[in-house]
Ligand binder design. Sequence first.
Ligand SMILES: NC(=O)c1ccc[n+]([C@@H]2O[C@H](COP(=O)([O-])OP(=O)(O)OC[C@H]3O[C@@H](n4cnc5c(N)ncnc54)[C@H](OP(=O)(O)O)[C@@H]3O)[C@@H](O)[C@H]2O)c1
Length: 124
Amino acid sequence: MGKSKVLVVGGTGYVGRRIVKASLEQGHETYVLQRPEIGLDIEKVQMLLSFKKQGAHLVEASVSDHQSLVEAVKLVDVVICTMSGVHFRSHNLLVQLKLVEAIKAAGNVKVCCISLYLYMYNML
Ligand SMILES: NC(=O)c1ccc[n+]([C@@H]2O[C@H](COP(=O)([O-])OP(=O)(O)OC[C@H]3O[C@@H](n4cnc5c(N)ncnc54)[C@H](OP(=O)(O)O)[C@@H]3O)[C@@H](O)[C@H]2O)c1
């Protein structure tokens, strides 16, 4: 199989960090979203730096800044979102829809893996 450019959203989370590791191990050009909202969360900052050391690219973008998300998504052909709290009606489901809007606006993404719920509710 060919290699992809992969953006992981939620990369410092329990699932996300494993996706980042797997993507790097499989030789994909791997991008990890770095949210300004994490501030000085030392664990997250250290994890992001360790991803960078392993060859990942850190991309600064925020779900509250549409244009920054579009620019991040334009860098890749695969987006994997491992954001927490995807349950219906939750705040983070609406946050994930902002990512979907950015993917639609960017128009270049071939594969996106967000939440089963989004497919179930036919929002994509
Ligand atoms: N853990 C499991 O065993 C498990 C099993 C099955 C399914 N899942 C599902 O997998 C998903 C991830 O679970 P997890 O356990 O990895 O969660 P987690 O450890 O809490 O990580 C989720 C990540 O989401 C990002 N995030 C949180 N709030 C955000 C916001 N407002 N805007 C943007 N990003 C935000 C953060 O990433 P950054 O700070 O890096 O941006 C955070 O590290 C969830 O939907 C969960 O239901 C988990």
